[in-house]
Structures are given as structure tokens and as C-alpha cells.
Design a protein around this ligand. Sequence first.
Ligand code: DHB
Length: 391
Amino acid sequence: IRTRVAIVGAGPAGLLLSHLLAKAGIESVVIDQRTREEIETTIRAGILEQGTVDILESSGASTRVRTVGNRHDGIELRFEGEGHRIDFPSVTGRAVWLYPQHEVLKDLVAVRLAEGQDLRLGVTAERVEDAETDHPRVIAVDADGQLLEIEAEFVVGSDGSRSVVRPAVTESATGGYFREYPFAWFGILCEAPPSSKELIYSNSANGFALISQRNATVQRMYFQCDPEVDPASYSEEQLWHELQVRVPGTTLNQGPIFQRDVLRFRSFVAHELLRGRVALIGDAAHTVPPTGAKGMNLAIADVIVLERALRALLLENDARLIEAFPETALNRIWKAQHFSWWMTSMLHVAPDATDFDRKRQIGELRSVVESEAGKTYLAEAYTGWPLPQAG
Ligand code: DHB
């Protein structure tokens, strides 16, 4: 089949890109190996930057953020048993929204299907060929094992951290800058009312915990754990104990735990984001550790930059913006890499941390919460740096 833009991966980045391209009159085909059910139910992060919400709403991709989601005007940093609130609007004029990624995906799938998007699920991309020509191709296999070849004017890899498009851009499966961390998050979903009005990021001698939320009756919480831990090995009682000891000074509202998972931590940026007429966005281009919730927001920021460049290329035959795409996107990517690494290292306790490291870390946390400049940096990064204006 032929199309103008072939998009591999129907996550938030790929679907939003197809949506914005369609609005500009540019046809695309989106493929993903997962089913609609899998795409819409995978539990991921929960925090949207104001700029992410603005683009979802102004493009007509989501109308539910303000009704189903909740605005959050601050977070609490907790250490040594005390909470310190960071207020966002007073320092940045912006807030964030708690609106889970799978809700964003439900909105995007619904709007793309309603508008007649060629969205092919259960189709597994195998590789990209002819990246450096004007007609790159995606070679894929459908659910029945039939070969599917998509010839396009441009190919986009929005197919996540195990991207099959990436090798066509970086010329190796891994080609990137990366670092690993000696810990992971144990995440749970439970039936309980919120334990606090806002999210709590807690540093304690026992390690990190994040007390997040989903709605009035379901909460999301995480605690720092060994990356090798088997999620089934904890009883509910042990899980509540592990969480509670990491948030001294706050009493958690407990309830039945109905979902548990272990999230690995990795920082990664591909060596190249563009080769010829193939580009990488979202987790295919970069991953961040989850602390600070930058992952999906960064993917959306990539989309905004790439969509504008594709409009110039495909509607006006102007390649300047696509040539500048890596540099423009990397500016934000490395700031988000730094912020995610910083929040992670400031809040977690490394397995080999010495007494010096622990005391230095408390000094670091104090330098943030006792300083307007410190709080302002955190608030700016958390709520998101300004995006290029749409249009
Ligand atoms: C959530 C995840 C994050 O990584 C974070 O920083 C805040 C919230 C969440 O899943 O709710």
C-alpha cells in the first residue's frame, strides 16, 4: 500500500501525529502490533503538562481531560518526615493534569477511527528499507502472517523503547547514549480514597515512594525496589508496610490492591533521530526514568516539532525544518533527561549509598525547598518548558 506518512506504533505519539497530519490534509497509515484492547488498557503514567493538555484540547483530540482528569497546582516533596509543598502556578503560571495515559489513548483511538484514519492493529513491523530515498518502505506482517509493504514519502518510528524502526536510523539496534539505575519501582493500583490532596514524592532512609492518584476511589502508588524482584512475591500486607515506611509522617489510606507491576529504570537517547526520510519520536527516540513523569509529555513535544517539519516538507517541499528536527527536539530531550535523572537521584537511595551520600542528599533537598530559585527550577521543569507554538 501507499501513503504519505507511514507511522509505526499507535501510542500517544503516533496517534497524535496522525491526528495533526490529518488536520493539515496529510494522509497517513498507522500500524501497531497490539490490539485495541491492549493499547487502551496498558497502565502507564498519569501526569500531563499544561502544554500537553492544550494541544490535546485545541486539536480536538481529547475533550475529557477537564471532566475526567484533575488539575494539580503543586506537589509535596517529603524528606526527614516533613512535607514541603512546591506550588506551580505562583512560579510558572502553569499547572499539570492528572489524566492517565490510557485515557489519552482511548480519546485518540476514538477520534482517529471516527475520522476514518487507516489504523491497522495486529500488524507487526519488521524493518524499514530505503530510508535514504524519497520512498522509504515499512515491511510488516499482519495478524494472518501476510506480508504488508507500506511505501511512503516519510516513515516515523513511534514504536516504543524496543523500536524496530530505530536500526534504520541509527544503523544498530541499540545505538544510543544510555544509563541504567540500580533500582526500579514497584507500582500498585488500589481501591482507596486519596491519601493526600496532591502527589507526594517521598525520600526516606528506607528508599523512595510516590503517592499518586487516579480518581476518588482508585490510587496509584510506587515504592523503590530491587529491579529483580518478582511482583507476586509480596503479600498485600507487606506492600502496605513497604509503602508506609517510606512516607513517615503521612498515614496512607489502604484498600484492596488489584494491580501490581515492576517498572525498570533507564535513561536513553538514540544517537540519531533522523536518517533520510525516517524519524524517531517518543520512546523509540528516548526513554527517561519515571520520576517526574516526563515520558509521555516528551513524546508529545516531539510530535509538535515533527508535525510542523512534515507539513513544510510535504506541503511546501521545504526541508529546512526536517533537517533541524533532531537539534530542535534534542534541546528539550536533554533537559528532560537531566530533570528525570535529577529527580531520580535526589529522591532515591542507591543500594551502595554511604552516610555522606545520605546527608548530602538531604542538603540537596533542602537547597530546593528553602530556595525560591530551587523551587522555581523544579516547578518549571515539572510543568514543562514552553512548547513551540502550534500553527
Ligand atoms: C505518576 C507517575 C510518575 O512517574 C510521576 O512522576 C507522577 C505520577 C503516576 O503514574 O501517577
